[in-house]
Structure formats: structure tokens, C-alpha cells
Design a protein around this ligand. Structure first.
Ligand code: FAD
Length: 421
């Protein structure tokens, strides 16, 4: 019998997690990984740490160059998948090659969206998605005095942080009412904004950029609604991402905001799986469909997809929000159903100290902790994450858990009391 052939498009968090899951249960099958990007294998999470100079170029690497050989994988690097024929189970590549597959994993991530405003073709404007983008931004910094970042989400806020650390006078423009709208509540966002302003960053929320201004083909500023102009010689566009799925045109695969997958990470097409930023899964608390574009979820989904492709039926428990970021030394953490509103179902306990920039909000659904938002102190973020993810039920009451950092001993005693250990 021929060996099974798994083809994986994308060599990042989700794609490599799938490789490793497959190899754990099947050392004999064939695996081909196709990536539009050349070697090295690097982590996107490291990009802004490279820009800020916290790490060098090699500090972004997540696997060494011998990785594919050791894993028994054929790496086709610097080559794009350009189309898929789901009936013939074949992928066409930009180098002219055609790969037939038994299972295909789409782990192709997302790209930056350019808003439809004049001026986006000027020089000096960059997305911050690849190591090449980071290299170009890094090279542009010495000749820029002022920078603008459009978008204050996960990527934008980290770019702002890096620019501030590099001494650039930076303005961040966010159309929503506060920074980090998808990962922070108004209280946490206000604390983050204060940290940014203290570091000299200009923060403009609740306004849209309407035009990018230029001279001799180079960006010189950003005009916002109302006419105010923020000068810049360097602009990073972080106004959102969209899934990389153009090569699936004509396949008939179901797409909403991302590639719709079932509990086994399989798309609507037999033998085609999806994982990571490209996939639309289900939020484990709300049951709503979400594209949860974060590294830990890409790892989780890639692992689940890999196991299912290798024939080990493994359901995905659903995705969970988990954002940990540091805004100029102010850590901001949001977990699970952190954004639930108090009411019949949810109880919320908060501790807040504006002067010390400390905030701790825990969200309970009955006797289960379902969400948390932390600013400043976050030592127990790991414990809280675990309790939320595993839906721990314990005898400690919300009023005991809320005020301060939780230690494992306390939790274990409580679980023991409840007869779970
Ligand atoms: C600057 C930045 C900072 C971030 N910080 C954090 C953070 O602090 N915490 C966190 O949890 N998450 C963070 N993220 C998000 C995180 O990096 C992503 O969620 C994660 O990389 C998703 O992994 P993935 O494998 O799904 O896709 P990706 O990492 O996007 O990789 C997909 C790969 O597929 C390739 N590809 C695309 N199309 C094709 C094609 N047609 N053929 C072949 N290859 C293709 C792409 O070039 C890419 O190499 C950050 C992202 C960025 C950009």
C-alpha cells in the first residue's frame, strides 16, 4: 500500500504543530510543507521584539534549518500554493509542480488589510506581518523622526511599543473608542493609553484615517476625520487582517470570516483541513463562530488537525481568547469570556487601583470562572487560564478569588474540598 501523503500549506505555528502531531503518531507517512516564505522558520510574535531591538534577527527563529530533515518532511520553501483541485486531490504550486495529497492542511494564516483610502501606494508604508516587513521597518527607522501606526489592535499596539522604545515620536490612530478594542475593556485600555501617553505616544481613538499624504512619492503624514494631520516619515498599517485563501477559489469550500471547520478541523471539503488564523472555529464559551487569530490557538488547532489527518480522531474543545501583551511595561491580559456583561448569568468581581495602574476583573458563571482581565500584576494568569480552560468548579467563592493573586495550593485545597481530587 502507498504511504499516506499529507500536504501542509504554511510553515508557521499551525503548520508546524500539525507536522509534530502527525509525527508523534505516524513516522512512516509522507509530509510535504509548502511555504510562500523562504527559510528560516520564524515566529511572528518576535517581529516587534526585533524592531525594538530586544532580540536580533536570529531571535525570531522558532526552528533551526535542520528541522525538516529531522522530522522527515519535504519542505518546499519560497513557493506558493496557487490552486487546489479537491476532486483530484491535487495542489498546484507556483514553481509548476503539482502535489497530490490524501489530506491537505490549509495553515496559510492572514495578511494585512489596506483600508480603501487615498495614498496607500506611497513609499514608507509597511504592514508588519513577515520577517521581511520587520527588516524593512527596522531599516526605515533611522531616517524617520515621526511614525504613525494605523490600528491599535494586537499587532498595532506592539509596533507602537517597539517604536516608542526606539525613540520615534509615534502617533497611533484607532477608529474604535479605545486601544486594543478586541482584547481590553475600557478600564484596561485607559490604563494602557496612560502608559503610552507617559512614554510620549500620541493616542487618537474614535477617529478614522481618511488620507495618507505624500511628497515625491514618500509618505509625509496622515489626515484624519476633522482634518487634523499627523506628520510621519514611516507608517505601519495594522488596520486588520484577512485570511490567505485566494488559492482556494473555485473549490466551493465554505468560507465565512475564515475557512469554516468542524470539531475535527475539517473544512466542508473531504480531506481538507484548516487551522490557525485562516480557520473559523467556535468560541468555547459563547458557542459563536470566531477567527481567534492568536499563536496559542494556531498551535492547538494545528495539533488537532494533524492528529485527525493521521487518523487519530480528536475533537477540538473550542477556542478561547488569550491575549497577553505588554504596553510599555504595563502588562495587559485578557482570558476567556473577559468581556461578559454582568447580569443574570455572569457575576463580575473587580479590584482597581488607578494610581498603581493595577486592575483585576474576574468573570464567573455560577461556580465556574469563565473570564479574566488583568492589568499590572499578572503572576497568576497561567492558573486563571487553566481554571477557565478546564472549566474548574471549586468551592472558593468569587469574593475569595477576586482580590489578589491566586496560588496553586489554595486552588488545590479548594478542589480537594469539593471532592475532585
Ligand atoms: C507583529 C505580530 C505580533 C503578534 N503578536 C502576538 C502575540 O503576542 N500573541 C499571540 O498570541 N499572537 C500574536 N500574533 C498572532 C500570531 O502570530 C498568529 O496568530 C499566528 O502566527 C498564526 O499562525 P498560523 O500558522 O495560523 O499562520 P501564519 O503565522 O500567518 O503563517 C502562515 C504561513 O503560510 C504562508 N502562506 C500563505 N499563503 C500561502 C500560499 N498560498 N502558499 C504557501 N504558503 C502560504 C504565509 O506566508 C505564512 O508563512 C502576532 C502577529 C503579528 C503579525
Amino acid at each position: 500500500m502507498d504511504k499516506l501523503h499529507h500536504v501542509i500549506i504554511g510553515a508557521s505555528a499551525a503548520g508546524l504543530a500539525a507536522v509534530e502531531a502527525i509525527r508523534r503518531v505516524d513516522q512512516g507517512c509522507l509530509i510535504t510543507v509548502v511555504s510562500k516564505e523562504p527559510m528560516p522558520l520564524y515566529s511572528r510574535v518576535g517581529l516587534t521584539h526585533f524592531i525594538s531591538r530586544e532580540v536580533g534577527y536570529d531571535g525570531m527563529r522558532m526552528r533551526d534549518d535542520g528541522y525538516f530533515d529531522r522530522m522527515g518532511v519535504r519542505g518546499v520553501m519560497g513557493v506558493a500554493a496557487i490552486s487546489v483541485d479537491p476532486t483530484a486531490r491535487r495542489v498546484a504550486l507556483s514553481n509548476g509542480e503539482n502535489l497530490t495529497y490524501d489530506n491537505l492542511l490549509v495553515a496559510s494564516g492572514s495578511h494585512a488589510v489596506m483600508p480603501p483610502i487615498p495614498g496607500t501606494n506611497l513609499q514608507g508604508i509597511y504592514p508588519c506581518i513577515t520577517n521581511n516587513d520587520a527588516k524593512q521597518i527596522n531599516a526605515a527607522i533611522p531616517s524617520a523622526k515621526e511614525a504613525v501606526v494605523i490600528g491599535a489592535g494586537l499587532i498595532g499596539i506592539q509596533v507602537v511599543d517597539a517604536f516608542a522604545r526606539r525613540g520615534l515620536h509615534t502617533t497611533v490612530i484607532e477608529q474604535m473608542p479605545h486601544v486594543m478594542p478586541a482584547m481590553a475593556d475600557p478600564v484596561s485600555a485607559a490604563m494602557a493609553e496612560e502608559a503610552l501617553r507617559e512614554a510620549g505616544v500620541t493616542v487618537r481613538c474614535g477617529v478614522r484615517a481618511t488620507e495618507l499624504l505624500g511628497k515625491d512619492g514618500y509618505v509625509t503624514g496622515v489626515k484624519v476625520e476633522g482634518g487634523e494631520v499627523f506628520p510621519c516619515q514611516l507608517l505601519v498599517m495594522a488596520a486588520g487582517v484577512a485570511p490567505n485563501i485566494d488559492f482556494l477559489d473555485g473549490t466551493g469550500v465554505t468560507i465565512h470570516r475564515g475557512l469554516l471547520v468542524d470539531a475535527h478541523q475539517q473544512t466542508s471539503l473531504d480531506g481538507i483541513y484548516a487551522a490557525g488564523d485562516v480557520a473559523e472555529t467556535v468560541d468555547m464559551f459563547s458557542g459563536e463562530r470566531v477567527v481567534n487569530a492568536i499563536w496559542p490557538e494556531a498551535l492547538n488547532q494545528g495539533r488537532i488537525a494533524g492528529l485527525n489527518m493521521a487518523g487519530v480522531a480528536t475533537p477540538y474543545e473550542g477556542s478561547m481568547a488569550m491575549n497577553v501583551t505588554s504596553v510599555l511595561q504595563t502588562p495587559v491580559v485578557s482570558l476567556g469570556a473577559w468581556n461578559s456583561q454582568p447580569g443574570d448569568r455572569y457575576q463580575i468581581r473587580e479590584v482597581r487601583d488607578d494610581r498603581s495602574r493595577i486592575y483585576r476583573k474576574l468573570v464567573f458563571d455560577g461556580d465556574q470562572l469563565v473570564g479574566a482581565m488583568l492589568v499590572g500584576r499578572f503572576e497568576d494568569a497561567g492558573i486563571l487560564h487553566n481554571m477557565i480552560r478546564t472549566r474548574t468548579t471549586f468551592t472558593l467563592k468569587p469574593d475569595h478569588l477576586a482580590p489578589s493573586t491566586i496560588r496553586w495550593g489554595t486552588v488545590l485545597r479548594a478542589i480537594h474540598k469539593a471532592g475532585r481530587v
